[in-house]
Design a protein around this ligand. Structure first.
Ligand SMILES: *Cc1c(COP(=O)(O)O)cnc(C)c1O
Length: 396
């Protein structure tokens, strides 16, 4: 059996067509897109076509797309750029389940005098729009709520939140990195001002992303030193990478619906086997309002990290509800925010499926997972005493 990759929320393999589309931009068409000569103009033309493809995927106008070095930079640009463009000591509303690429710039702005409301979520990971409404003040300069969560897949009620933001004329940002290319999102229908996406989460290359900026939304650039991207993001464009993002977006637009159906069938089959044969288990995330590819499960009495290591020994890649912070195994902030205990959070495993996964792979995974879970449960007292020491700290 070939290794089985069930960690598509961490990154996805590049589609062969995407790699093929990128190749000429590392060889023949190597010009700097800012150059006036033909070498440069060929690169520029391709870059603008890619901008069009990204815009089409989310219902935007090409002039509203700014390319960045990835999702993290785009999140930073959205949050710092929008907040600093409005007020020195304004107020920001976000949630406790955001990705660190959103949380960290918010914490940084807090140090600079901004106030930030980190809204709670319910046990499914949902933000209550009513909490957003109550949190809005006269000083609120930005609302940032993610589209779909990276650990549990819960899809947030963006339309309701966008409506509240629009009524008060507050810019609304959404980190849609996990959802773009997997489920449809239209910036006009939802009514967002800013939306972040990243190529390597949608079968494109790493190190390239984009920020959608609705016309008229005030943004201060955060990377200075050139006039690229209409003065919003300085630096010579990663032409090859951007072409890859454009191609990945073009394919996603055509194929996401069918792929999503196939992937969710595999995912639901996996959950059915786990629920019926490997209990006691608990599903983390909303049972319905959820991305088609994510399955996050708490296996009662077993450390998620032990499951991960044992599956990896059998060639199956998953991830846990833990993130390594300063060398120790910290329970996931997302699962804690959803009301899970630190122990339950540590007992969680995230399976994130992708377009390459097959029924045969799911069958093999179920078999191996069954062996691993039964073995670990039978030695769980041993397992628990070992849990006291962070065994895999510093290796993440
Ligand atoms: C992956 C991810 C990011 C970071 O994007 P990069 O392109 O890896 O920098 C931010 N937010 C979410 C929700 C993600 O899944």
């Amino acid at each position: 059996m070939e290794p089985i990759y069930l960690d598509h929320s961490a990154t996805t393999p590049i589609r062969p067509e995407v790699l093929e589309a990128m190749y000429p931009y590392f060889t023949d068409i190597f010009g700097n897109a800012s150059s006036i000569h033909t070498f440069g103009q060929k690169a520029k033309k391709a870059l603008e076509e890619a901008r069009g493809s990204v815009a089409r995927l989310i219902g935007a106008h090409p002039s509203e797309i700014v390319f960045t070095s990835g999702g993290t930079e785009a999140d930073n640009l959205a949050i710092k750029g929008a907040a600093l463009a409005r007020e020195e000591d304004g107020h920001i509303i976000t949630s406790t389940v955001e990705h660190p690429a959103v949380l960290a710039p918010c914490h940084d702005l807090e140090k600079r005098g901004f106030k930030v409301s980190f809204l709670p979520v319910d046990h499914h990971g949902l933000v209550d729009p009513d909490d957003v409404r109550k949190a809005i003040t006269d000083r609120t300069v930005l609302i940032s709520i993610m589209h779909a969560n990276h650990e549990v897949g819960t899809v947030e009620p963006l339309e309701e939140i966008a409506k509240l933001a629009m009524e008060r004329d507050i810019p609304f940002h959404t980190d849609a990195i996990q959802s773009v290319g997997k489920v449809p999102i239209d910036v006009e229908t939802v009514g967002v001002n800013l939306l972040t996406l990243s190529a390597h989460k949608l079968y494109g290359p790493k190190g390239v992303g984009a920020l959608y900026i609705r016309r008229g939304t005030k943004i201060l650039p955060q990377v200075l030193g050139g006039h690229q991207e209409v003065n919003l993001r300085a630096g010579t464009e990663n032409v090859g990478g951007i072409i890859g993002l454009g191609k990945a977006a073009e394919i996603a637009l055509l194929s996401m619906e069918a792929e999503g159906r196939k992937i969710s069938r595999l995912r639901d089959g996996l959950w059915k086997e786990i629920r019926e044969h490997l209990g006691p288990v608990k599903l983390n995330g909303h049972p319905v309002r959820r991305l088609p590819n994510i399955l996050n499960v708490t296996f009662d009495g077993i450390e998620g990290e032990s499951i991960l290591i044992n599956l990896d020994l059998k060639g199956i890649a998953v991830s846990t509800g833990s993130a390594c912070t300063s060398g120790s195994l910290e329970p996931s902030h997302v699962l804690l925010a959803m009301g899970r205990s630190p122990t339950m959070a540590r007992e969680s495993v995230r399976f994130s499926l992708g377009i390459g996964n097959t029924r045969e792979e799911m069958e093999y995974t179920v078999t191996v997972l069954g062996e691993v879970v039964r073995r670990l449960r039978s030695t769980s007292s041993l397992n628990r005493s070992a849990m006291a020491a962070p065994r895999y700290g510093g290796k993440c």
